[in-house]
Design a protein around this ligand. Sequence first.
Ligand code: M6P
Ligand code: ZN
Length: 195
Amino acid sequence: MPFEKFLSSFDPETGEVTGARITKRYLSELRGCFADSAAYEAALALADPLLYSVSTVDYAAGEGDLGYAVGVLMPGRIGPEYYMTKGHLHAWREAAEIYIGFKGDGVMLLQAEANGDRQMLPLRPYQPIYVPGHTAHRTINTGTVPLIYIAIFPARAGHDYAAIATKNFRQVVIEQGGQPVVLDRAEWLSTRGSR
Ligand code: M6P
Ligand code: ZN
C-alpha cells in the first residue's frame, strides 16, 4: 500500500485531525495583535484563555510538497474586537495558500506587503479564499461558535510573524450593534482616544 500514508482524516465538527501536530495559542501569545491594548491587558489579568489550536499535517518538506492545517478559532472578543489569529506572511514570500471554512462565521484580513492593499473576505463553507504570495493574512471569528477551517499551503511556506507584527494589519474587525464591521485601525483608535 504505497500511498496509504497520504490518506488522513479530520472531523469538520470538532477540527480534530488524526495524527496531526497540534499547536495551541493562548491570549498571552497575542500581545500587540489587538488594537485596544488596555482592554487586552485587562482581559489577560483575569485569565489566559486558549484562543485557537492548529492541527498541522506534513507529508514531506521538499520543493513542490504540500501540507495542510485545520484551525479551530474560539469565539470571543477583547473589547469589541473579535478573537483572531496572530497573522503572518510566509517566510518563503512566494508561497500562496488556500483557506476554506467548514463551520462557524469568520472573516480573513488580507494585506499586500508591497503596497498595503487590503481587504476583509468572508471565510465560509464552499467559498475558498486564495491568499496570494507576499500577502499577510489573519483569520477572525465573528460568530458565537468555534470557527473551523482548513488551510492548504506549500510545505516550504513557513511563517514570518515579525514583519506584520511591526507594521500591523491596518484594519480591525470589531462588533458594532451585533454586527462585524471592518474599520481602519488608526482611525478607530483615534476615535476611541477622543471619547
Ligand atoms: C492556518 C494556517 C497555519 C497557521 C494558522 C494560524 O491554519 O495558515 O499555517 O499557523 O492558520 O495562524 P497564525 O500562524 O497566523 O497564528
Ligand atoms: Zn499562511
